[in-house]
Design a protein around this ligand. Sequence first.
Ligand SMILES: [Zn+2]
Length: 96
Amino acid sequence: MTTAVCFQCGHLKFGSFMPCDQCQARPRTDDEMIASLAMSDHYFDQPTLEQMGQYIQEHGAPPRLDPESEKVFRRNFEEIKASGALNQLYEELDET
Ligand SMILES: [Zn+2]
């Protein structure tokens, strides 16, 4: 399972697109999903994720990505979206 940072409260949770077990938020907009995708152990190590979580707790928003990384994450996200994997995930979540 992926470790990811909650885009809303900074809590470390499992799975970028899964609901946070702390604040129950799950990403819905593209920007929230890209932030959630980026802030995972696919891209960053645990100490960095913890720093990002701390940043969110202090600022109430995820740290901004530099434009180059943002482009890469946006492209990755578009690929995931195009694959239909998200729709499947959300159908499963909505049923529970
Ligand atoms: Zn949360």
